[in-house]
Design a protein around this ligand. Structure first.
Ligand code: NAD
Length: 335
């Protein structure tokens, strides 16, 4: 039995979290959930979007499953997602993207994984206006050897562990010769340690085009924060959109936080019609991570069975099912 911190989150979070907990249990996952608050709900309850008790729970368990958290635009509190990422140094964002039979999309043969560096680059938050009248601004992309090596090594290790053949490092080193050049150099050096894995590098604009023309040519992609942010939404779009996209945030010492890629969906919150697939597939990644392989396989089998039929798909995928009936179909599909 593994204890995992469960943050239900805001908006549709509690609905999809309940569905996911039910599906994990039906799949035979040996998980004891320790509930903790974060986001807008935690502000109402504890006057703090990220209570210390939540941080302590994640620290203790080293594992978390997280629903979406509302971030106020402009003023208000800082993004809890960013704070969590920084507090636990969750440097690798892993997003597998796979065609799921039955889910409407333009492609039928996508099976790739994006490993995005999560802490550096233009997202380091170093920016300023360079004149008092604020007519010009500067944002600094920080790339370090330490940050590059650890995420690139993670990508190679992931490839080896998951029997994948190729790592593509995506960059813009032809223009950003120092920052992106450093990331590329780290990749070339690291590739020497993994002779069993094919290595290539690709300029980001060419990658965007190739992903749209021939996504089946990609296997594991490793890239910096900004390119990873953009390309991972692009690739989610190749297989039916955000509703079915899972993610893992991995830190040192094995701490890992799993979450759906989508947000709180305020427009449909409380209606019982949200699609819990993204969070369920994130829970399957969590089961993989704790070596509960049979439960993970059973959960994925159920999800694929429910998505294969129009009548058991949720509204965002063109079906008529609600969260509860979809979850029942997932559980029935495990048998
Ligand atoms: P969103 O992903 O919440 O919603 C975009 C659209 O997709 C909406 O029409 C929504 O109904 C639909 N949608 C999303 N998930 C769905 C699901 N599971 N089932 C069915 N339909 C679904 O994006 P947004 O509207 O830009 O953001 C809303 C809030 O979520 C904001 O406060 C934002 O900061 C936050 N957010 C949080 C995370 C996170 O916690 N990881 C990620 C993205 C956005």
């Amino acid at each position: 039995m593994k204890t995992v911190t469960l943050i239900e989150g805001d908006g549709i979070g509690p609905e999809i979290a309940a569905a996911t907990v039910k599906a994990v249990e039906a799949a035979g996952g040996q998980i004891a959930w320790e509930r903790a608050d974060a986001g807008a709900g935690a502000v109402d309850k504890h006057k703090d979007p990220l209570p210390q008790a939540t941080i302590d729970s994640i620290k203790k368990n080293q594992l978390a499953l997280k629903g979406p958290l509302a971030t106020p635009s402009g003023g208000g509190y800082r993004s809890v997602n960013v704070t969590l990422r920084q507090t636990f140094d969750l440097y690798a964002n892993v997003r597998p993207v796979q065609t799921i039979p039955g889910v409407p999309s333009r492609y039928s043969n996508v099976d790739l994984v994006i490993v995005r560096e999560n802490t550096e680059d233009l997202y380091a938050g170093v920016e300023h206006y360079i004149d008092p009248r604020r007519t010009a601004a500067e944002s600094i992309a920080i790339i370090t050897k330490f940050g590059s090596e650890r995420v690139i090594m993670y990508a190679f290790e992931y490839a080896r562990k998951h029997h994948r053949k190729k790592v593509t490092l995506v960059h813009k080193a032809n223009i950003l010769k120092m920052s992106n050049g450093l990331f590329l150099d780290c990749g070339r050096e690291m590739a020497k340690r993994y002779p069993d894995i094919q290595f290539e590098d690709m300029i980001v604009d060419a990658t965007a085009m190739k992903l749209v023309i021939a996504p089946e040519k990609f296997d594991v992609i490793v890239t910096m924060n900004l390119f990873g942010d953009i390309l991972s939404d692009l690739t989610a779009g190749l297989v039916g959109g955000l509703g079915v996209a899972p993610a893992a945030n991995i830190g040192d010492s094995g701490l890992a936080m799993f979450e759906a890629v989508h947000g709180t969906a305020p427009d449909i919150a409380g209606k019982g019609i949200a699609n819990p697939t993204g969070l369920m597939l994130s829970a399957a990644m969590l089961l993989d991570h704790v070596h509960q392989d049979e439960a993970a396989a059973r959960l994925r089998k159920g999800i694929h069975a429910a998505l294969a039929k129009a009548e058991t798909r949720t509204g965002d995928l063109g079906g008529k099912a609600n969260t509860a009936s979809y979850t029942e179909a997932v559980i029935a599909g495990m048998r």
